[in-house]
Unconditional design. Structure first.
Lengths: 113, 112
């Protein structure tokens, strides 16, 4: 039972355009969500997070949107740059429960020049 | 550089053997988490330690065990290794039980 799903294994975007990565979750107990970026041969790097009391969080070129009723979140990258090419993982956790992160399968983002 | 270190970077061993993976958390972080990433799989939570005590357990096999020492470094012990244990093993740390976890570079384990 996959509680966090990233249905797009890959995404290709032109440099300078917007990249939108999507994530769905099924566990209604999740109330904190994170995005990580991973380059080959490196560990995941924390990008941005959002609490369930918010519907949007912004940090520079990265914005995460949360739609609790739809159990859906998305990461927007504007403008996309070649260095953004990586695998992006969505993760979810319960603030009050065990602080383990439940990860999606990842989306490989490729930024084309 | 996240500040989390893991050794060794690569490990090749045979079935039936036992290995120990080591993790040093970021300075000041009390929580250590272990995750496994198998081929084509997302990261799966194994176990969490907080200030030396086990705090949460995930899909960790009985052949696997972990501990966190007084200096806060952690070790993951994998025994009676099987081919299916070949994976990347990541350690992460956080301040207290903070939700933003910072990952090390991982240990790639290959069981032959």
């Amino acid at each position: 039972d996959q509680q966090v799903k990233q249905n797009s294994p890959s995404l290709s975007v032109q440099e300078g355009r917007i990249s939108i990565l999507n994530c769905d979750y099924t566990n209604s107990m999740f109330d904190y969500f994170l995005w990580y970026k991973k380059y080959p041969a490196e560990g995941p790097t924390f990008l941005i997070s959002i609490s369930s009391i918010k519907d949007k969080n912004e940090d520079g070129r990265f914005t995460v949107f949360l739609n609790k009723s739809a159990k859906h979140l998305s990461l927007h990258i504007v403008p996309s740059q070649p260095g953004d090419s990586a695998v992006y993982f969505c993760a979810a956790s319960e603030v009050q429960g065990a602080q383990k992160l439940v990860f999606g399968q990842g989306t490989r983002l490729t930024i084309n020049p | 550089d996240s500040g989390v270190t893991q050794t060794p970077k690569h490990l090749i061993t045979a079935t039936g053997q036992r290995v120990t993976l080591r993790c040093s958390p970021r300075s000041g972080d009390l929580s250590v988490y272990w995750y496994q990433q198998s081929l084509d799989q997302g990261l799966q939570f194994l176990i969490q330690y907080y200030n030396g005590e086990e705090r949460a357990k995930g899909n960790i096999l009985e052949r696997f065990s972990a501990q966190q020492f007084p200096d806060l470094h952690s070790e993951l012990n994998l025994s009676s290794l099987e081919l299916g244990d070949s994976a990347l093993y990541f350690c992460a740390s956080s301040v207290g039980s903070g939700l933003e976890q910072y990952f090390g570079p991982g240990t790639r384990l290959t069981v032959t």
